[in-house]
Structure formats: structure tokens, C-alpha cells
Design a protein around this ligand. Structure first.
Ligand SMILES: NC(=O)c1ccc[n+]([C@@H]2O[C@H](COP(=O)([O-])OP(=O)(O)OC[C@H]3O[C@@H](n4cnc5c(N)ncnc54)[C@H](O)[C@@H]3O)[C@@H](O)[C@H]2O)c1
Length: 287
């Protein structure tokens, strides 16, 4: 049976954009959060993202209206019972994720696939609270932020995930225009290992006085063809989030992921990046 109805749990930064990606491609999408108000806020964010696309001429007004009409916002997990694929995007907290899967396991059909958008927790560990039968239909789908724009999704089967589930999820993601890569269930998956090793070396260049922050960013843009400098990007992402993943990678792989002392000093000084007005660069209050 092809996947038709999508559920997304968690209507926050990632969940709202993941749900929007499916709705834009024509899928009916139910989005659940802890309260109806928070779920509705996720829907409002989608409306504003769609309005931006209309303003830029990337989408017609009619297409934007039809897209948002495909999204329903709810605080009742029961509204996900008809879904063929439910993507979990609740906070990176084991207890909250376990609670979510138990509830989904109880309301969703046995054929429903549960996918987690976790950035750092092992998929096998997450699947440990669902029934053995459901574990065959449990998988990781790691979207990138902003998920309605970024094409890459890492598809991460755990040991018990069956091949049919991998095929169905990959096909559906490709159908909504995503580029998928198949990755083993290892700490940091593939993208975060590449990204963190790269930016930690960028931090070391600055700490050793080899180059300035501005010059490293120039190398990224004019030498490596990146759309923006690595320090500009880190300031957008927020250093607290990046440093928390560094710790996890350092625990798993050791020295090559040693967290940056300079970034730690910035965090200790409350300079988390653009959201605090200062990081590697300074921003005015409205930036
Ligand atoms: N932020 C990123 O750049 C990024 C990138 C890739 C993956 N991720 C992963 O995606 C997941 C979500 O991250 P986020 O940044 O969107 O977090 P977020 O805090 O913005 O959103 C989480 C949402 O989940 C809701 N929630 C909490 N408990 C819930 C429950 N029991 N049932 C339903 N909803 C619940 C919260 O109200 C909130 O709206 C995390 O696992 C994170 O590691 C994040």
C-alpha cells in the first residue's frame, strides 16, 4: 500500500517545516503537539512560510491556500490513527520520545511506519519501547533545517527495520522532492560527523591564530563554493545546539571531535550566536 496520509508529532522548528514539505507535495498531513494552541502556532508558521513563497513568486496564492488546507493541527494523538507514516519531531529527550512512541503504538495501525527526526539518539534505542512487530516499521529520517527548503534527508534503518519500510520511506521522501542517503545507525549519522569535523577545524584555525573568523568565512564562500561562511552559519544555528552535539560526538569518537575551547568561552559569555545578538559576529537587535 502506498503511503498517503502523513502524521507529524511536534509542531516546533522542525515539525512544522517537515509537515509543510509533505503538504506542498500534495499529502494530507496531520500535525500534533501537546496543546491545540502550540499545534496551531506551527500552522501559523507554515502560513507565513507560504506567504513568503507567494511574495517571491515561487508559489501562486491558490497553491498556497490548497497547501495549508491539507494540514490539520491537533493535540489529540487519536487524529493520527489513519496515518501511514508518522514522523516524530519532539524535543531531543529520551523520556519525551519514548512516551510519544508508546502513544503512537497504541493508536496507529500495525502497518503505520514511525520515523524519528532525532539528531543524535540511536534509532535502535528509540525503537526499544515499541512492540517487536512495530520495530520492523520503525526508522530514522533526519531532515535538515530549514526542512521545507533543505533537500537532504538521511534515512537510518535500525537492526530490526525491514527492507520494505526502508523502500517505502525512501520512495515517499523522493516523491516530495527530497534527496535521500541511506546511513547506518551510528552516533551523529553521516551529515553531523562531516559538519562537526569541518567546523571544529575552522575553530582551530582561529584559535591557533592561523586565520581570522572573517577570512575563514571568505575561504568557505570563495574557495569552497559554500553559500555562506561556516561562522555565519554557526551563528544562525546557535552555539548551544552545536556544542551539545559536539559533546555527543566526542563521547562516541574521541579526540577528533574535541569541542572547541573558543566556542565554549563564547557560550559561557552568553554569546550563542544571532539569537543572543552576538556570536562569532555582532548583530543588531532586529537581525
Ligand atoms: N533544530 C534543528 O536544527 C534540528 C535539525 C535536525 C533534527 N532536529 C531534531 O528534531 C527534533 C525536534 O527538534 P526541534 O528543533 O523542532 O524542537 P522544538 O523544540 O522546536 O519543537 C519540539 C516540539 O515538540 C513539542 N512536544 C513536546 N512534547 C511533546 C509531546 N509529548 N507530544 C507532541 N509534541 C510534543 C513541543 O511543544 C514543540 O512544539 C529533535 O529530536 C531534534 O534533535 C533538530
Amino acid at each position: 500500500m502506498p503511503i498517503k496520509n502523513i502524521g507529524v508529532v511536534g509542531a516546533g522548528m522542525m515539525g512544522a517545516e517537515i509537515a509543510l514539505s509533505f503538504a506542498l507535495a500534495g499529502y494530507e498531513t496531520a500535525m500534533a503537539d501537546v496543546t491545540a494552541e502550540i499545534a496551531e502556532n506551527g500552522r501559523k508558521k507554515q502560513v507565513s512560510l507560504l506567504e513568503n513563497r507567494v511574495k517571491k513568486g515561487k508559489l501562486s496564492k491558490g497553491e498556497a491556500e490548497r497547501t495549508i488546507a491539507r494540514v490539520s493541527a491537533t493535540c489529540d494523538y487519536g487524529d493520527l490513527k489513519h496515518c501511514d507514516l508518522v514522523i516524530e519531531a519532539v524535543p531531543e529527550n529520551l523520556e519525551i520520545k519514548f512516551e510519544t512512541y508508546k502513544k503512537l503504538d497504541a493508536v496507529c495501525a500495525q502497518s503505520c511506519i514511525i520515523a524519528s527526526n532525532t539528531s543524535s539518539i540511536s534509532i535502535a534505542k528509540l525503537a526499544s519501547v515499541v512492540t517487536r512487530e512495530r520495530a520492523k516499521r520503525f526508522i530514522g529520517t533526519h531532515f535538515n533545517s530549514p526542512a521545507s527548503v533543505m533537500k537532504l534527508v538521511e534515512v537510518i534503518p535500525a537492526i530490526l527495520t525491514d527492507e520494505q519500510t526502508v523502500a517505502e520511506v525512501t520512495e515517499t521522501l523522493n516523491d516530495i522532492g527530497k534527496e535521500t542517503v541511506l546511513v547506518k545507525d551510528v552516533t551523529g549519522f553521516a551529515l553531523n560527523r562531516l559538519f562537526h569535523i569541518f567546523y571544529l577545524e575552522a575553530c582551530r584555525l582561529v584559535e591557533e591564530g592561523v586565520c581570522s573568523v572573517e577570512d575563514v568565512d571568505k575561504i568557505c564562500v570563495h574557495g569552497l563554493g559554500h553559500p555562506m561562511g561556516i561562522f555565519k552559519l554557526l551563528d544562525i544555528l546557535g552555539h548551544d545546539l552545536s556544542a551539545s552535539v559536539d559533546e555527543i560526538l566526542f563521547d562516541a569518537y574521541g579526540e577528533r571531535f574535541r569541542p572547541s575551547a573558543h566556542m565554549r568561552r563564547l557560550i559561557d559569555s552568553g554569546m550563542h550566536g544571532r539569537k543572543t545578538g552576538e556570536g562569532f559576529y555582532k548583530y543588531d537587535a532586529k537581525a
